[in-house]
Ligand binder design. Structure first.
Ligand code: RNT
Ligand code: ZN
Length: 423
């Protein structure tokens, strides 16, 4: 009781402080309900999935490091971990599945055979949890992706296989949307690219465009399915050229009014996704974000509350883009407690949004429009050290989830009781 009292006291002080800047903290706490983040299922097990036989991560472009104990060995264990994660997060979330996470019942189901029956269990579980589901075709970790080309492959049989896979995945995603009553975002990322200087860049891109045209020819209601495509500058093994570059998918999504997926690990380190949002939204209705943390490269580190994430959140909030930006996470660190990884990364993302909501935007804008740029910078700096933590703690308190660092102990206990026993 005493602790709650202190949290409330601190909140009242913070409320008064922010009111001095014209910011209504009660409204911000309320508005946080609109920040729905789609958790990527693949942090739970280092993108392994549950195919038989086990898929080996490969086919280019991504790399997980770390061998921390406690990885789930079955979908049941994975769901238990995810339930733990959800129980320690304030607000409402979604879950983004990859095609390799179907319930294949010990049978060998190739990628072009994935069907709704393999995901009905996930839908039922999502219903119980009261969450929406997003989906991803898995065009990597497969022998037919080993030479680094899938939808842009010059091998017609290989290309056909991946077209069929992605078509099957869109169907599954649309079914998620239908059964769960909230549109499912299907994201397409392919590893296609080349390690060294290719001669025929144009040829691969022409083939990819042709494959996409065929895949998206089938139309689904927007109430059920939203199609996104994820661009990338380079990946491991595709340093010299990625077929699905930024320009490629920007052009494709604008021409076909699809969603562009911007992953902030997929650009040159000095580029900021936060700066791109208001550009691409001049031409697109909606986008998808993959929020991550690149350390020197697209290393998919756990998200922390840094300037990059702050700018992304600020741009969305300042421009009222919440209903046009689908927020997904994309990091995978196998070197730490994986349940804990979700909590740090998701909470950091939520905190970025809360900080953005606590910004005295009107005041800053009026400085800007009157060429008062010292005042603009000084006020932005001032806001960084206001009583943000007190508002965050209060938000956690009213959402009945651990306040401050209390979730750390919860994760440690879960590790002792559950994760340690997995061998
Ligand atoms: C890879 C992309 C892609 C993947 C997931 C697993 O560079 O970021 O989004 O991380 O599909
Ligand atoms: Zn991504």
């Amino acid at each position: 009781m005493g602790i709650n009292n202190n949290i409330e006291k601190a909140y009242l002080l913070a409320k008064e402080q922010y009111a001095g800047f014209g910011v209504d903290t009660d409204a911000v706490v309320e508005k946080m309900n609109e920040i729905v983040i789609s958790l990527h299922c693949w942090q739970s097990d280092d993108v392994s999935g549950f195919e038989t036989p086990d898929a080996e991560l490969g086919g280019g472009g991504i790399q997980v490091t770390g061998n921390y104990p406690g990885k789930p060995r079955s979908i049941e264990e994975m769901r238990a971990d995810l339930e733990k994660v959800f129980s320690l997060l304030p607000g409402k979330q979604r879950l983004s599945l990859h095609a390799i996470y179907g319930e294949f019942g010990g049978k060998q189901v190739d990628r072009d055979e994935v069907d709704i029956e393999h995901f009905q269990g996930w839908i039922d579980w999502a219903k119980e949890q009261g969450i929406g589901l997003d989906f991803n075709a898995t065009c990597f970790s497969h022998p037919k992706a080993n030479d680094g080309f899938t939808l842009s492959s010059k091998n017609e049989e290989v290309r056909r296989f991946w077209i069929n896979h992605v078509k099957a995945c869109r169907k599954i995603a649309a079914e998620f949307g239908k059964q769960l009553g909230t549109p499912s975002v299907h994201n397409l990322w392919i590893p296609d690219g080349s390690k060294d200087y290719p001669i025929d860049r144009a040829g691969y891109r022409t083939i990819l465009k042709k494959s996409l045209d065929e895949i998206y020819a089938e139309e689904f209601s927007k109430e059920y399915l939203k199609d996104a495509m994820e661009c990338k500058l380079f990946g491991i093994g595709s340093e010299a050229m990625v077929v699905g570059s930024h320009e490629f998918y920007m052009g494709y999504t604008i021409q076909n009014q699809k969603l562009l997926c911007l992953d902030n690990g997929h650009f040159h380190p000095t580029e900021q996704v936060g700066d791109k949002i208001s550009s691409v939204l001049q031409f697109l209705d909606e986008i998808l974000l993959h929020v991550t943390r690149g350390v020197r490269w697209d290393s998919d580190h756990i998200v922390t509350l840094n300037d990059e994430i702050m700018l992304i959140a600020q741009e969305i909030i300042r421009n009222n883009y919440l209903d046009r930006v689908n927020i997904g996470l994309d990091f995978f660190d196998g070197s730490v407690n994986r349940v804990g990884a979700y909590l740090v990364g998701t909470r950091a993302t939520q905190q970025a949004f809360m900080q953005a909501l606590l910004e005295p935007t009107e005041m800053l804008l009026s400085y800007e429009e009157n060429s008062r740029n010292f005042e603009r910078l000084a006020l932005m700096e001032t806001m960084k050290t206001r009583l943000f933590g007190a508002v965050w703690d209060y938000y956690c308190l009213v959402n009945k989830v651990p306040v401050g660092g209390d979730f750390i102990k919860e994760v440690v206990d879960y590790e002792k009781e559950i994760l340690k026993k997995r061998r």
